[in-house]
Design a protein around this ligand. Structure first.
Ligand code: PRX
Length: 650
């Protein structure tokens, strides 16, 4: 199928940082010709070094690579101090609370707040360089201060999304061996208070590495205070000084951990380091969103995910932009909330996920027309493939047919965008992430490292290490090598494999087709099927369980669970299947959080397994989707189970 092509607007392109495909190609050629020269040039140009680096890239211990060795810098000074000369009174963060309360935080305010926060952590809590600090926070400015304060003193932050349960939080605290947790009493959603601190209390019950908990009092609801362990940020911050020396950090010191799902039950602590990460966060902000000095940029993600890290906090602040931060949900009090904010703040670049676009579309087809959205210049999407209906609505109703849509493909592990259109240069095809960004050598390969022909699906790989690449899985070197460099080899060396399938079209444009592993993408969030299975298996009546993804009109993919019970319903302690379903979802809420609730649970007498006991998930996926079974089922231990399961799935 030939896709419609949307060429960049010449007016926009005129002032864009990358103005046309020739400029794009020149940069990509430069990187190909002299990879280290290319990156070294940008690292010198874009970052402020305390000590210059002596070597651009060391691959001698691949895949454990080192960028910009010898260099020292501090990420908080990249994001704040260096802007004070020219942008002291410019808004760094424009905050809007769920209830409409507003704050403008200038770069000078940010400097003062972050330094005070850093002093608090250092002087009151004894946090030192290399210590791990877990942040379990709502979307309030203090969350950004906490991240930058950790960066200032060299502590490694690990943000846990506020929707995760106590159990999930406990696992992440223990894996990182964090001695401090920063949280809030709670916050507001849809005009109602919700709580976070009680979840932290639960997660730190019993044996815990956590010594101190800092609580930002946001909603002032009643919480328990544990003497000697829990401290009020609002009280302690008053005594702190506005000056805190930034710790000189080695280019390859860790900056943060962010846990993400993999194909086994245990989440992976993805590690990002200082210089390479912040360099790419800034470069991609500049290239992909093309934010100008007086622009206002808004990314609707939560700071608990990588998008919030790179494109609400680090990227925008590193380039000295104004970033909007929003506590609430874009559909409350009505479907026009997001559009009203775009109008009120005169947002120029708006970045969100296809799932949000689908919800907003469904709730208000022509809602955007009620607002003045003429400030918008670039629209972005991230997290999952965008379907044609959502793309069209976003382009026409939101962007007025005038704004390019940058479909940014990347992952927690890539640190920043890797495949994306450039708004002033790339002719766009809807649903297509288009081409690798300059400096990223990405190809679609087979497992032997051969490049795929157009329209053949293969493995989406990145051939050479890039500065913002994941540096490791916290505490598990072997899993790092195996997870990312074990599947595809080229010239005897492992190549970084993203876990996604993709194909080229006749122009070499890349379309991402989705995960090839046991990971499902629910509302743009990665969910390991093994994690959900492990949670369901904790229910003692469950004998066996298999979880697969199923297309969902809003979430992209929904969670579909096949459950084998130990006893028949009448021999179990339950009165109905509905009661079991309820209990299983309660278990998920407890073990993971609401984000992993099952959309479908089907009780089956057995699962399709090979004679060696391997569950044939492909068959289960096909049944969940209502597809014909085309696979050979004769090798199954019990082929008749397929028909039985099919008859049970509505
Ligand atoms: O499957 C890809 C999908 O999201 C996965 C990464 O998830 P996570 O690490 O949680 O980061 C999400 C935000 C960057 C990828 O492996 N994905 C991300 N962006 C796109 C996408 N799939 C298609 N198109 C995209 N633009």
């Amino acid at each position: 199928m030939i896709k419609e092509i949307f060429k960049p607007n010449p007016e926009f392109a005129k002032d864009a940082r990358i103005k046309n495909m020739c400029e794009y190609q020149e940069l990509q050629d430069e990187a190909m010709r002299d990879y280290e020269g290319f990156w070294g040039r940008y690292a010198k140009e874009k970052l402020e070094w305390i000590e210059p680096f002596t070597n651009v890239l060391d691959e001698s211990d691949f895949p454990f690579v080192k960028w910009f060795e010898g260099g020292k810098l501090n990420v908080s000074t990249q994001c704040i101090d260096r802007h004070l000369g020219t942008r002291k009174n410019k808004a760094a963060i424009l905050f809007e609370g769920d209830r409409g309360d507003k704050q403008t935080i200038t770069y000078l305010d940010l400097y003062n707040n972050v330094n005070r926060f850093a002093n608090l952590l250092k002087n009151e809590f004894g946090v030192k360089k290399g210590d791990r600090v877990v942040i379990y926070m709502p979307m309030i400015p203090e969350a950004a201060y906490a991240m930058l304060a950790c960066a200032r003193i060299g502590a490694i932050h690990s943000i846990v999304f506020g929707g995760f349960s106590a159990e999930a939080l406990r696992d992440r605290i223990h894996d990182a061996n964090a001695k401090v947790v920063i949280t809030a009493d709670g916050a507001y959603r849809k005009d109602k208070p919700y709580m976070l601190k009680p979840v932290v209390d639960e997660a730190t019950k019993g044996e815990s590495p956590v010594e101190k908990i800092l609580v930002v009092e946001r909603n002032n609801e009643k919480i328990e205070w544990h003497e000697g362990r829990d401290f009020s940020y609002n009280k302690l911050i008053k005594n702190q000084s506005n000056e805190c020396d930034a710790e000189p950090m080695d280019a390859e010191d860790p900056l943060f951990l962010l846990y993400t799902s993999g194909s086994t039950g245990k989440p992976k602590g993805v590690q990002h380091n200082q210089a390479g990460y912040i360099l790419w966060a800034q470069m991609t902000m500049e290239w992909v969103f093309d934010v100008k000095e007086n622009d206002t940029y808004w990314c609707t993600a939560d700071i608990g995910w990588i998008t919030g890290h790179t494109y609400i906090v680090y990227g925008p602040l590193a380039m000295g932009a104004t970033t909007v931060m929003f506590e609430g949900v874009p559909t409350y009090p009505d479907a026009g909330r997001a559009w009203k904010m775009v109008q009120d703040y005169k947002v120029n670049q708006f970045y969100t996920a296809p799932t949000a676009i689908r919800v907003l579309h469904k709730m208000g087809e022509h809602e955007p027309l009620k607002y003045d959205l003429s400030s918008l210049k670039v629209l972005g999407t991230v997290g999952e493939p965008i379907d044609p209906a959502a793309w069209k609505w976003y382009y026409e109703e939101v962007g007025g047919g005038r704004c390019p849509i940058v479909d940014t493909y990347w992952q927690t592990e890539t640190g920043g965008h890797v495949i994306s259109p450039l708004p002033g240069a790339t002719p766009i095809k809807p649903g297509c992430a288009t081409l690798p960004l300059p400096g990223i050598i990405a190809e679609i390969l087979d497992k032997d490292g051969n490049k795929k022909e157009p329209h053949e699906t293969g493995f989406m790989c990145i051939i050479r290490p890039w500065p913002a690449m994941i540096r490791g899985i916290w505490g598990d070197k072997e899993r790092f090598v195996k997870s990312y460099f074990g599947d595809v080899k080229q010239n005897g060396r492992g190549v970084y494999f993203t876990g996604d399938g993709a194909n080229y079209d006749e122009d070499g444009y890349i379309t991402i087709t989705g995960r090839t592993d046991d990971v499902i993408n629910v509302s743009g969030h990665r969910m390991g099927t093994a994690e959900v299975e492990a949670a369901l298996a904790k229910e003692d009546e469950v004998a066996e369980v298999a979880v697969v993804g199923k297309p969902h009109p809003i979430k992209g993919e929904g969670i579909f669970a096949y459950v084998v019970m130990k006893h028949s319903l009448k021999d179990s302690r339950f009165e109905s299947y509905e009661a079991i379903e309820k209990e299983l979802n309660e278990m998920i809420k407890k073990e993971i959080g609401n984000i992993a609730l099952c959309d479908d649970i089907v009780f089956v007498p057995g699962l399709p397994k090979t004679r060696s006991g391997k569950i044939m998930r492909r068959i289960l996926r096909s049944i969940a989707k209502g597809e014909e079974i085309t696979q050979d089922i004769s090798t199954l231990e019990d082929p008749s189970i397929v028909a039985t399961i099919k008859s049970l799935v509505k």
